[in-house]
Design a binder for this molecule. Sequence first.
Ligand SMILES: N[C@@H](CCC(=O)N[C@@H](CS)C(=O)NCC(=O)O)C(=O)O
Length: 304
Amino acid sequence: MRIGFENGPLNRLLSTIGGFALTWMPGCRFAALAGRTLRAWGLWVLAKAQPGWHPSDTIPTLPFCPPLTRNLLTEPSTAENLPVLYSFRRCPYAIRARMAIACAGLTVELREVLLRIKPETMLAISPKGTVPVLQLAGGQVIDESIEIMRWALSFSDPDGWLEASAGCEDDSAELVVWNDGGFKHYLDRYKYADRFPENARDFYRGMAEPFLLELECRLSSNPYLFGSRLSLTDVAVFPFVRQFAGVDRAWFGGSRYRAVRAWLQGLIDSPLFGRVMHKYPSWNPASFRTLMGIKQGPETPRAS
Ligand SMILES: N[C@@H](CCC(=O)N[C@@H](CS)C(=O)NCC(=O)O)C(=O)O
């Protein structure tokens, strides 16, 4: 039996249930998220019932970011007054912030931190102790990665990341909330299943999968989450999917998420990702300054 997810009645039914919650209470984030989650879970149950299923017979074109001309460099610098970014190389939140900063062509002073020994200077400006943290030249602090992305793109968005999901702001926000919330919750448990022995690793993976199914449905018909162009949402979400894929590469490689795999690989192979994943020694107040980007940022002098 072919379920016919693309245009079949079951897909329409599930979309209607999800869409009902999305439209019935417009503006209500919770209802929208619940609707989408319900739809994804429904898809997951049906997909389980038909092991060979895939939402599309075609593999989407590999997405590539245009090559960058900007470089990351480490050097002793006389450049004062740059915004300071506290970051951790492998942190998915920090990756998305660095990608937006690099894409915008901004220069920041990069301070690579060790999460177990956070610098006092960072905790002083953001006591919650998470990375990334951006301190602007005027002293203002942005310590949410999505806000850092928006800050960077508000100066320059050469690749149109904001425009790519224009008109779908609620949809985009829901995906990010789902990614940073439910998906991240189970991703952590899947990654560190030995620290959460109340359930098996596969259980946590299964709980994270509805999010992947949502991505798969979107990416089966378009190369990016909101159509033909890379959006802020793609960049915000993919570092987490990369972590998910890395937990059990063999499983992910053989999974039904073909479109997600192609999308993920395209982003991992992109020059932009390569540049922001450069390894730097961890920062201390006595070390050379590490500059990320070579173009002077738009900020005015940083306090202290
Ligand atoms: N909502 C924050 C979350 C950032 C976050 O949780 N970062 C993790 C690293 S991936 C962190 O700093 N955790 C604190 C720790 O491990 O001590 C954001 O989007 O910037």
